[in-house]
Design a protein around this ligand. Structure first.
Ligand code: NCD
Ligand code: ZN
Length: 339
């Protein structure tokens, strides 16, 4: 059996910088026609110069002319002039908002919603998408649900602002999504595959630890249903977030799952097993293109039900990073890419 995808997109991707960028960017650029690149570098990407320079580094590292990085700024209070300057930069896509301190490199995120309003108003007027890491500082399993009233407030206060609920993990988030047309959502591969039990119900698996943490099986089932049924406002966003081996296999493990190199084969497995192979195109490209009016580079990626042996580790440029499904054999693989 084969599935051919047209211009697959990863709508939430961390490629980092420096040597790690060189190691991981080509892995996404090989399988995807484009990806929304997260801005939580150290320091975060918060002005047009940094954005332009980072875009150049991502393009260089991706080693492909058929991969479009969709670049984001890290949310702070921007003036209209700054937003207009960002809009004039080729590849600029949107602004990623992190509540202060909720995840990796988010210390300078938002701590006052009121102060953020003028920038949000301006983004709404200029048609700049807002992407949100929606977690509170509460109990780890409740953080997403506790954030939902803020999504509701944003959706109501800014009805023309396109708001993406990033990496949703709960039934409750899906219910809210259905209430407001100006909300959309990304769903990761790992939240379609795993629950909290897989992370720490048996031996603790640091490579499955990410934020938001995987939730209950009923949450996973609901996410699967949304993806497999072709829900028009859910999009694939891997949230592939590489951390060096020594930052994962240690006391104080960093949050992030490195899924980019296995994303499409693992998604093909899930969709084929559920008899929904015909819905994969919408999930990995069609819904995002429609939502954001995107025309990514043309790239045909063919997946086949022949095994992929997942490497134990990806090494290069002095970096070592362990992929999701390390050492496993996946029943699907990418067999051809036509550009
Ligand atoms: C991400 C990272 O490592 O940058 N980590 C994660 O667990 N997902 C940040 C994020 O998206 O929360
Ligand atoms: Zn992320």
């Amino acid at each position: 059996m084969e599935i051919t995808l047209t211009s697959p997109l990863d709508m939430h991707l961390h490629v980092r910088d420096g040597e790690m960028l060189k190691l991981v960017a080509p892995l996404s650029a090989r399988d995807f026609a484009g990806a929304v690149i997260m801005p939580n570098l150290v320091p975060p990407v918060t002005d047009d110069q940094a954005l332009q320079a980072y875009t150049k580094r991502v393009l260089e590292a991706s080693c492909s002319e058929h991969f479009a990085p969709l670049m984001t700024l890290f949310f702070r209070n921007y003036t209209e002039a700054e937003l207009l300057a960002a809009l004039s930069i080729p590849g600029f896509f949107g602004i990623k908002l992190y509540p202060a301190g909720v995840t990796t490199n988010s210390d300078s995120g938002v701590s006052s919603w009121q102060m953020a309003e003028p920038t949000l108003r301006c983004m709404e007027a200029l048609g700049i998408p807002l992407l949100v890491h929606g977690e509170s500082h509460g109990f780890v399993m409740d953080r997403e649900e506790q954030f939902l009233p803020i999504y509701r407030h944003l959706a109501e206060q800014f009805p023309k602002l396109s708001i993406c609920m990033e990496h949703i993990t709960t039934v409750a988030a899906l219910h809210l999504l259905d209430e407001y047309e100006n909300l959309c959502a990304t769903i990761t591969l790992h939240h379609l595959e795993f629950t909290l039990d897989d992370l720490l119900g048996g031996a603790m698996k640091p490579h499955l630890f990410c934020k938001p943490v995987a939730k209950r099986s009923e949450d996973r089932e609901a996410l699967l249903h949304a993806a497999l049924s072709g829900h028009p406002r859910v999009m694939f966003g891997s949230d592939s977030a590489p951390h060096p081996l020594h930052k994962k296999e240690c006391c104080g493990c960093a949050a992030g799952v490195f899924s980019a190199p296995v994303a499409l084969p693992a998604l093909a497995k899930i969709f084929a097993e559920h008899g929904a192979a015909d819905k994969l195109q919408a999930f990995v490209s069609g819904n995002a293109c429609h939502r954001y009016n995107l025309t990514p580079p043309l790239k045909k990626v063919t997946l086949r039900d022949t095994a992929m042996q997942v490497p134990v580790i990806y090494r290069g440029y002095g970096q070592s990073v362990v992929p999701l499904h390390t050492e496993e054999q996946l029943p699907w693989s990418v067999c051809a890419v036509q550009e």
